[in-house]
Design a protein around this ligand. Structure first.
Ligand SMILES: Cc1cc2nc3c(=O)[nH]c(=O)nc-3n(C[C@H](O)[C@H](O)[C@H](O)COP(=O)(O)O)c2cc1C
Length: 178
């Protein structure tokens, strides 16, 4: 197997919808699965973005983004947003996402998502053919009935699409406590 295919073995991975805006305030959305929490305090997370993508250019200029956590119901919509953005044709509208204003950043929240995490760009670093974008969490939102008493996402209800590779997603939801 080609070593470049290693990520197919690191599966399935949470898939998020990243919203950004350009300098004219036009909003974009893209699915990302190279995503990870990286620090509790300060609260930092990381997305890894291929070169030459509007997502990165928007974050580089505007220093802000939102991580939206989709549900199983949004799988088809998520898939529609995986192509290149033409700033004159909104991918958000094309996929039929409803939006609402964020609290601290300019990119919109995707309303029907289970949760939304607002971030300021902390720093970015090139890593191979991707750029690691580290964001500081500055606000977050989740529907009350989608978290348990400890704040854990009720994954068995939300059933977030987990990316295997390409157009393949997994929904392996059974929760167990140890
Ligand atoms: C399920 C899924 C997960 C993806 N994960 C990533 C990722 O982690 N990093 C990345 O750079 N692109 C990823 N992509 C591709 C981007 O979503 C795509 O290149 C982006 O929408 C292009 O938009 P833009 O160049 O207009 O910003 C993924 C695509 C899909 C469908």
């Amino acid at each position: 197997m080609d070593l470049k295919e290693y990520h197919k073995l690191m599966a399935p991975r949470l898939t998020v919808l990243v919203t950004t805006v350009d300098e004219k305030g036009r909003a974009d959305v893209s699915p990302f699965s190279f995503v990870s929490p990286i620090s509790f305090d300060p609260p930092l997370l990381m997305i890894s973005c291929g070169l030459n993508k509007h997502v990165y250019w928007n974050i580089q200029r505007m220093k802000e983004f939102v991580i939206n956590i989709p549900t199983e119901k949004q799988l088809e919509q998520l898939w529609l947003t995986g192509g290149k953005w033409d700033p004159n044709q909104s991918k958000i509208q094309k996929a039929g996402f409803k939006t609402e204003p964020a609290q601290k950043v300019r990119p919109p929240l995707l309303k029907e998502c289970a949760a939304q995490i607002e971030c300021y760009e902390e720093f970015s670093k090139k890593a191979g053919d991707h750029i690691m974008i580290v964001g500081k969490v500055v606000s977050m939102h989740v529907k009350d009935d989608l978290v348990d008493s400890k704040g854990n996402l009720r994954v068995d209800n939300v059933r977030p699409p987990l990316h295997v590779s390409d157009n393949l997603f997994a929904f392996p939801y059974v929760t167990k406590s140890v």
